[in-house]
Design a protein around this ligand. Structure first.
Ligand code: ZN
Length: 158
């Protein structure tokens, strides 16, 4: 079973104009992700697909929260997500290369799988460092980590 079917858009049948899509992303969405630290999510994703005669423009907007381990104490930490991303979908047979903001589809393609773009948008919006507010970390865990690092190598989360 492919749980990502929900994120597929059959674009051939869409008329010229704006089309709205909405999804709610939970922790399962990230299960296949290499970044396996994610233990939960409640993220609302909106997509406005603007179709013209020449191309399609996809405007994604995501907001909600992601649960990941704190960089300092490893206990679950809720991180606010507020992410946007725009993509242009172009049809071409010339073998043009995709780049970050443009995706080329061939005339034989009729669907777009948006899940990888949504995942990437959310993960890229995460700050470099995710830690609890001062004093909110799991003190016991920090002590354990410190004891471990005293034994030899220093664990660095930088
Ligand atoms: Zn912490």
């Amino acid at each position: 079973m492919n749980t990502y079917d929900t994120y597929v858009i059959l674009f051939r049948g869409l008329s010229v104009g704006d089309h709205n899509f909405h999804w709610t992303v939970d922790g399962k969405f990230f299960e296949k992700e290499d970044y396996s630290g994610i233990t939960g999510a409640d993220i609302s994703v909106d997509l406005v697909l603007e179709k013209t005669e020449k191309h399609m423009k996809l405007n994604f907007d995501a907001y909600g929260e992601l649960i990941i381990p704190c960089d300092r104490c490893l206990a679950p930490l809720s991180v606010d997500i507020d992410a946007q991303r725009s993509l242009i979908i172009k049809e071409s047979e010339e073998g043009e290369i995709d780049d970050d903001d443009m995706v080329v589809v061939s005339r034989s393609e009729h669907q777009l799988q948006t899940a990888p773009w949504i995942r990437e948008m959310i993960l890229l919006s995460l700050p470099m460092k995710n830690v609890h507010d001062k004093g909110d970390c799991d003190a016991e865990m920090i002590k354990k980590l410190e004891d471990m690092s005293n034994g030899g190598e220093t664990i660095s989360f930088e």
